[in-house]
Design a protein around this ligand. Structure first.
Ligand code: SF4
Length: 406
């Protein structure tokens, strides 16, 4: 049991490979995790560990030469990986949506922000907009009728003189107010514009009317990311996948965007899959974390427990490599060696060539993700009753030199 919340997405044994001239890159190799309503799940790991490919696979957005080889992605009792492209489009953007690191690449440079935001509404909410239009038209007509009614009252008063001065003044004020409110007849386009203006306002964009007329290159990085977030949330999706949404931004803007995402998550009740290499972002916003290494999840726990007591040697390495003010050392802790080649990944535990805690069994048997505590899962032989007491690996001098910590 991971949490009491309702499960909304289940990723089971996902495998996505890339068929390159050099060989098969096993970018995602048996990833499983769940997402629950109203939570932020972090997927963290070094560049190339497969976290972005995992996200793209969920939405069937993996491009050739990549192929989803195996697995299931269950959303609302449907395995998304079995859907045809056209059917998948019904889910993409509406139920599950994604924002990327560089919004400039995601936004169309030759279209104004307004055109692009409106396009999202038109694509996913055409029916709702027409319903709203009917409702607005009814209100508009009722107000018009009321104006006529009031004008008639004034006209009748010319002959019967029944109204007091105050009553006449009140009627005139009401007519003026109603005329102001009905000056523009509601149209499909006016509703679209109003919705676009409102959503920009909700993501904290000052002067949304003006921003709707601007082109993406005329906005700052933070503002562009806000526009992307507004577009992603415009359809009130169940899940927002955010792929390194703050990496390209200045530190202060990063903090603002994270605060915004927290607020919007609470307001829209959208679950967020936060993909990042930055443990600071995880600590700031995530409820639970899945640590990825070389195409696999190696540790999976609540953010609080993971930071308090990381178990997997890779996670320990990542956390101890974070620079903090109280670390007096001149050199930062690092993890020995480098990220493995995913065409020829190491046998057994993929982290074994870099692991200071390595056991003799580690290069022979692949550790499986196993529950070791409440909501705590880890894939490491150190926590497997079958192997935890097996002999420690003796590093050779040459080997240590080759994988020296830099
Ligand atoms: S399984 Fe072995 S090599 Fe892998 S992380 Fe655990 S101790 Fe290290």
């Amino acid at each position: 049991m991971e949490t009491d919340k309702k499960k909304i997405l289940e990723v089971k044994n996902l495998k996505t490979y890339f068929y390159t001239e050099e060989g098969v890159v096993k970018a995602v190799d048996g990833v499983s995790f769940n997402m629950y309503e109203d939570e932020v799940l972090g997927l963290v790991g070094e560049t190339g560990c497969g976290k972005s490919v995992t996200a793209l696979s969920i939405l069937q957005l993996v491009r050739a030469p990549g192929e989803i080889e195996e697995g299931e992605v269950i959303f609302k009792n449907v395995d998304l990986l079995t859907l045809k492209k056209k059917k998948m489009r019904d889910y993409r953007g509406k139920d599950i949506t994604m924002i990327f690191q560089d919004p400039l690449n995601s936004l169309n440079p030759v279209m104004t922000v307004g055109t692009q935001v409106k396009e999202v509404f038109e694509l996913h909410q055409r029916e709702e907009i027409y319903e709203l239009l009917d409702q607005k038209m009814l209100e508009w007509k009722n107000k018009q009728n009321r104006i006529k009614e009031l004008e008639k009252k004034l006209e009748d008063n010319e002959t019967n003189q029944r109204l007091t001065k105050e009553e006449i003044s009140d009627i005139k004020n009401e007519i003026e107010k109603l005329e102001e409110e009905t000056r523009d007849r509601p149209t499909y386009r006016s509703i679209l514009r109003e919705k676009s203006r409102k959503i920009l306002e909700e993501v904290g964009i000052p002067d949304p009317e003006e921003i709707l007329e601007r082109y993406p290159h005329e906005l700052s990085g933070g503002m562009r990311q806000r526009v992307m977030i507004s577009m992603a949330l415009s359809c009130n999706p169940s899940i927002l996948i955010a792929d390194e949404p703050t990496t390209a931004l200045d530190v202060t803007i990063q903090a603002q965007i994270l605060d915004l995402m927290k607020d919007l998550k609470n307001e829209y009740k959208t679950s967020v899959l936060m993909i990042t290499h930055d443990l600071g972002v995880i600590a700031e916003i995530c409820d639970r974390v899945a640590v990825m290494y070389s195409g696999n999840i190696v540790e999976y726990a609540t953010a609080t427990n993971l930071f308090k007591n990381p178990r997997h040697p890779y996670t320990k390495g990542l956390i101890s490599a974070i620079p903090t003010l109280d670390k007096k050392k001149k050199e930062l802790d690092t993890i020995r060696g480098s990220v493995p080649n995913l065409i020829y990944p190491p046998e057994g535990c993929r982290f074994h060539p870099r692991c200071d805690y390595r056991l003799e069994v580690c290069d022979k048997v692949r550790p499986l993700l196993t529950q070791i505590g409440e909501s705590y899962f880890v894939a490491c032989h150190l926590f497997d009753p079958q192997y935890k007491d097996s002999p420690k690996y003796e590093w050779g001098k040459e080997e240590l030199e080759r994988t020296r910590k830099i």
